[in-house]
Design a protein around this ligand. Structure first.
Ligand code: 6GU
Length: 487
């Protein structure tokens, strides 16, 4: 990913980002940062970039021309207009939208990002209208310029780019539920200044350690961030309700466990969640009136996000029927959830090549790269190319290989279910599907989550595969629906 930072203080930015994790990613070529000196683009003989504000008032205003020309030099170079879309251009300003982990995740998908650092009392409004796609602030306080905010944003976005951190999972799941603060950490010595490390951490009992850490996270969040704590408690209450029908609600409980869930509404056993990752809504209903109230609430939420088409997973037949009747919603897929309820990994011997040597004929399984996109896209008609590209770049797709030849693929959908399992026609009947799913199931278990998938009604081959791997099917159906907002 490439960051282009338009600034009057290029050295400040380059120095600030050349160390530690981001510095290493720059050296390894995973990220690049170029600071573009706006002053190089002034046409003024004194290299002046600011002037007095029209209408009077204190301070100086950065002029439009040098800012625009600096921006244009970058935009032309990275080939704006090739795709027709505007290059994402962020203006760092206290008047912007508050920067968040969510926005960091969204920006991390871009190939190029232009960051404009303001100074003095502001930048001429006309150039902002011309080039800026996002106005972003890093908090409710005033700094002297946009350089520190640009560095903050570059750090937060950069660390989410695959390969920048050693362990990609830790980039996305370091806060439990997405609403709890981290637990306290200790290192050697076991006693310092008369203070001992909590005994449980020295016990070697992993389960006890996990429980203790969770307890600490909960306590700490309650004490330091009551706002987050309330959200956490509400989601915990939902988990309690959803677990009464565990298999049927695994999609929803996993959204919460993986920290992707935003609670839209909860009223007894009627719960609606929004998945911050996929943008889809998940709803389980107790009765028609409550269910309809939840549908209205989610439509309002979607309206606020300015989307016209809503993707929705409904968990009851009667709600699928109501959504069809009252909202003209269309059923995309009728399926059943299959869940791996154990916590021991599936055996891989005889299925997957694990090292060198004596495993003749077994596939090696590894993450797909951008070079596989075209080949993979050819084999799907139900998933679009952009989605596949996204999932490959997030390292959520794997391939079974014989040397360099790709034989089949599997992945994890944005909301968390295992899917997109395909073995290419000429390689079927060699247990590659089983090998691929086994690999993905084990990877999800390693992250401490529950593997599950959604099998379309009538797909007997997949049903048999799930049963042979030991997954359990929910007795009730789930309906993926598309609903259009036109009010
Ligand atoms: Cl983005 N810029 C400035 N100048 N001050 C800020 C800020 C940005 N975010 C918080 N304070």
């Amino acid at each position: 990913m490439h960051f282009h930072i338009l600034t009057l203080f290029p050295e400040m930015v380059m120095h600030g980002l050349s160390e530690s994790v981001i510095g290493r990613a720059l050296e390894r070529g995973i990220l690049s940062v170029s600071a573009v000196d706006i002053r190089d683009f002034t046409l003024d003989k004194h290299r002046k970039t600011d002037d007095y504000p029209y209408g009077g008032g204190a301070g100086m205003v950065m002029q439009a021309q040098p800012v625009y020309d600096a921006w244009k030099s970058v935009a032309d170079r990275i080939g704006r207009g090739k795709s027709g879309a505007r290059v994402r251009t962020v203006y760092l300003t206290p008047q912007g939208r508050l920067f968040s982990q969510e926005l960091a995740k969204e920006l991390a998908k871009e190939q190029d990002l232009i960051l404009l650092c303001g100074h003095y009392e502001g930048v001429d409004e006309r150039v902002l209208e011309e080039i800026v796609t996002d106005y972003v602030s890093i908090g409710d306080y005033v700094l002297t310029g946009g350089e520190l905010p640009a560095m903050v944003l570059t750090d937060a976005v950069g660390r989410l780019v695959p390969g920048v951190l050693n362990n990609q999972m830790s980039a996305e799941t370091e806060t439990f539920h997405g609403y709890l603060l981290e637990y306290p950490q200790y290192s050697r010595p076991a006693e310092w200044n008369g203070r001992k490390v909590p005994a449980v951490l020295l016990s070697g009992d992993r389960k006890k350690v996990r429980e203790w850490r969770l307890g600490q996270s909960v306590e700490r969040t309650g004490a330091r961030r009551p706002d987050l704590y309330r959200q956490y408690q509400r989601l915990e209450a939902c988990l309690g309700v959803l677990r009464r029908e565990k298999l049927h609600h695994t999609d929803m409980t996993e959204l919460i466990a993986r920290g992707q869930a935003e609670l839209i509404c909860a009223d007894g056993a009627d719960i609606c969640l929004y998945d911050k990752n996929s943008g889809a809504y998940f709803h389980t209903a107790e009765s028609v009136p409550k269910g309809l109230a939840a549908l209205a609430a989610l439509c309002e939420h979607a309206g606020g996000r300015c989307v016209q088409e809503i993707l929705l997973a409904l968990h009851q037949d009667f709600m699928a029927e109501e959504a069809r009747r009252q909202y003209e919603a269309e059923v995309l897929m009728e399926c059943r959830q299959a869940v791996y309820t154990g916590n021991v990994k599936l055996p891989v011997s005889g299925l997957i090549r694990s090292g060198e040597g004596a495993e003749e004929g077994l596939p090696a399984i590894r993450p797909l790269g951008p070079e596989h996109l075209s080949c993979v896209a050819e084999h799907y008609d139900s998933v679009d190319r952009e989605y596949l590209d996204d999932q490959i770049r997030r390292e959520q797709m794997w391939g079974a290989f014989d040397g360099e030849e790709l034989l089949g693929v599997a992945g994890i959908h944005k909301e968390g279910s295992i899917g997109m399992l395909t073995v290419f026609p000429e390689h079927r009947g060699k247990r590659l599907g089983k090998a691929l799913e086994t690999f993905v199931v084990n990877g999800i278990l390693e992250c401490g989550f529950t593997p599950y998938c959604q099998i379309e009604e009538g797909n007997e081959i997949s049903m048999r595969l799930q049963k042979s791997l030991g997954l359990y099917f929910s007795g009730e159906k789930l309906y993926w629906m598309k609903l259009r907002l036109h009010r």
